[in-house]
Design a protein around this ligand. Sequence first.
Ligand code: FMN
Length: 361
Amino acid sequence: MSDIYQRKRDHIDLCNTGDVGPGDHRGLFEELWLVHDAMPELSMADLDTSTRLLDHPLKAPVMVTGMTGGPPEAGRINRGLARVCERLGLAFGVGSQRVITKAEASAGTFAVRDVAPDVVLFGNIGINQARDFGIDSVRALMDRIGADYLAVHLNPAMELVQPGADADSDFSRGYETIARLVDALDGRVLVKECGTGLSPRVVRRLHAAGVRAVDISGSGGTSWIKVEALRARGALADLGLLFADWGIPTAAATAMAAGVGPQIVASGGVGDGLTGGKALALGADVVGCARPVLQAFLDEERGGEEGAAAFLEQFIQGIRMVMALTGCRTPTALRAAPRVVGPRLAAWIEQGGRGGGGGER
Ligand SMILES: Cc1cc2nc3c(=O)[nH]c(=O)nc-3n(C[C@H](O)[C@H](O)[C@H](O)COP(=O)(O)O)c2cc1C
């Protein structure tokens, strides 16, 4: 139990202060410019940021994606952030609930319903655990925190550099597992990556399996390969550093998944409202943010719930500013906003969805 708690503590510490941010690009959002409208013909009071994620309304198209649970400090983070999301009308996800199966005492660190009775809440489990635990156990994990939905995370890149016995190396029977979960949970499933991105081929196959929402979680934000490389030693650490920038940039992944079918949460380096507005313009329904919110919460001078709330309010104000300066009254209208796309992002969008590669197509 102490090992798994230590891993969760390492994750929080490395994400708060370590060098685990973007490398050679910033999700390629730096290659998207929305064209300024000097005469937007609207009042800020006309803007409507409200939207829906799956079957639930949100006051703004923003989600704090799953991060933690396990040691007592994780409970403080989950409860604080859930309360802030409830206050602002945003969606909230807890981190992987796998730890509960190893340390029953950790269950309370995922319990947020008493402080956030109405927040749109996502439970969280890895795809391999979803495959191996069986549907009833997964449903029980979700039900015991009163989650509205289950986020199933995929992170094969991270698993391959993660030190320790918990690392997975068998990535088989994924789609079959998702289809069974979707069926058993009446479609209350979101499938997410963790910073290396979902390709349009994967999104298409998830859609065919009945998935109604995905979280792109592309590269350009927190690099989980870097996080695990910093925890690893020797050859494993070297391998992690070699692959530190691996993944589909978030802007490209979002654009390529737009219109495929499932609703899209765009996360991975979406750490401010300007980037959030760009993600919405590329076709995201909701934008997701993890590490920057955690850092705001853990800030020693001005953190806690007030710090996280101030960060998220500024984030939403940034989205509103993008909407106003492109003459868009709603987040959805941003999809038609005039834009300029740089060469690397354009190349990704044009070529990144083509066939090739291994596995069953
Ligand atoms: C401290 C921390 C812990 C995380 N743990 C989980 C997890 O347990 N399950 C999960 O699906 N994603 C987890 N993530 C990944 C995030 O949900 C997100 O996909 C990723 O960090 C990219 O977003 P960002 O660039 O805004 O951080 C974690 C992120 C952070 C910062």
